[in-house]
Ligand binder design. Structure first.
Ligand code: OGA
Ligand code: NI
Length: 348
């Protein structure tokens, strides 16, 4: 990795060429107007609403999600403290060349000619080793917050899986692993410093997540956008104490294409520091994900072959934006192209 990948974005007064994206591209065009749903999880119709959102958008926001609001605030505070450290300190906890955990640029960066206006910190398993390097004498508070956050997110992810699958008529008996402990997950902390030339910059390029589902907490700064065919890009506005939930590639496979793995990206702005935490939720590592037999029949043959999460991450690292097609069994219907076929994906 070159030093340039580690420019201290917080101190830049001008956008360097290395970070200047093609702002003439149509993807910067006007935004669509088809808002993503906000669903109260205590609503008696929650299951139906969740199913509808997964089919039409692949993303929605949830309120009354049960995650304590003070924990959301503590997590945001912990992230802010981390990214506010001097760059040399953060580099002590840099991600290893082929590793996942640690500090660094967006992991999808290598697939793009330009760099993104963001920095990230990925936590897979225990945060201890990296946290110790960031704060040699006081890392335990950070580790405690991460542990508690993971615990609460796991609970919410299981509840969301019940709603998402339930709405397809699938029960936990059909997907025994879904209610078991031992699911895998990672946390991705993202920091998007205020940017001197936001119209030419990109916070996090368009991608789909390689998860079953992702739960995102964003601070009170706008920037997340989701894409829908026919509508274009739409902002998913921050709502105080709400969480954003999106369908990932593995749930798209499990639902035999009924649920949309939504393409999304993060934009930046001139004055505010944006911060987000993504909880990346996947199946236990030994489980093969394939279209649920309840959802397939003669008229609806399985569209994808079975894959484990790590096998799929390998496909993503190799085929990048063609990962879903690489595990596809049936030829796409005439004229139909996976949204991911011509876009980029986050190895999440
Ligand atoms: C991600 C992601 C969006 C955001 O980390 O996969 O899509 O708003 N983040 O930071
Ligand atoms: Ni994402």
């Amino acid at each position: 990795m070159t030093n340039q990948n580690y420019l201290d974005l917080n101190s830049m007064e001008e956008l360097p060429e290395s970070h200047a994206w093609d702002h003439e591209s149509p993807s910067y065009g006007p935004l669509g107007s088809d808002p993503v749903a906000v669903i109260n999880l205590n609503d008696p119709n929650a299951m139906k609403l969740v199913g509808h959102a997964c089919k039409t958008w692949g993303v929605f926001q949830v309120t009354n999600h049960g995650v304590p609001t003070n924990l959301l605030e503590e997590m945001e505070g912990a992230g802010r403290e981390l990214f506010a450290l001097p760059i040399q300190q953060k580099l002590q906890a840099a991600r290893a060349p082929n590793g996942v955990s640690g500090y660094g640029v967006a992991r999808i960066s290598s697939f793009f000619p330009k760099l993104m206006w963001s920095e990230g910190f990925t936590i897979l398993g225990s945060p201890y080793e990296h946290a110790r390097k960031l704060w040699p004498n006081r890392h335990s508070k950070f580790c405690d917050v991460i542990e508690e956050y993971n615990k609460e997110m796991n609970k919410l992810a299981q509840r969301l899986m019940l709603l998402m699958l339930g709405s397809l008529g699938v029960t936990m008996d059909d997907v025994k692993w879904a209610s078991l402990q031992g699911s895998s997950a990672a946390l991705q902390l993202n920091s998007y410093p205020a940017c001197p030339d936001p119209d030419r910059a990109m916070g996090l390029a368009a991608h789909t997540d390689s998860t079953l589902l992702t739960i995102l907490h964003q601070n009170n700064t706008s920037g997340l956008q989701a894409h829908k065919e026919g509508t274009g890009w739409v902002t998913v506005p921050p709502i105080h104490h709400a969480l954003v939930v999106n369908v990932g590639d593995l749930l798209h496979i499990l639902s035999n294409g009924l649920y949309t793995s939504v393409l999304h990206r993060a934009m930046v702005n001139r004055t505010q520091h944006r911060f987000s935490v993504a909880f990346l939720y996947g199946p236990p590592s030994n489980i093969q994900i394939s279209p649920l037999s309840k959802l397939t029949d003669k008229g609806h043959p399985p569209l994808y072959r079975p894959v484990t999460w790590s096998e799929y991450l390998g496909a993503k690292a190799k085929h990048f934006n063609k990962a879903l097609s690489s595990v596809r069994l049936c030829a796409p219907i005439n004229g139909f192209v996976d949204a991911t076929d011509h876009n980029s994906v986050q190895v999440g």
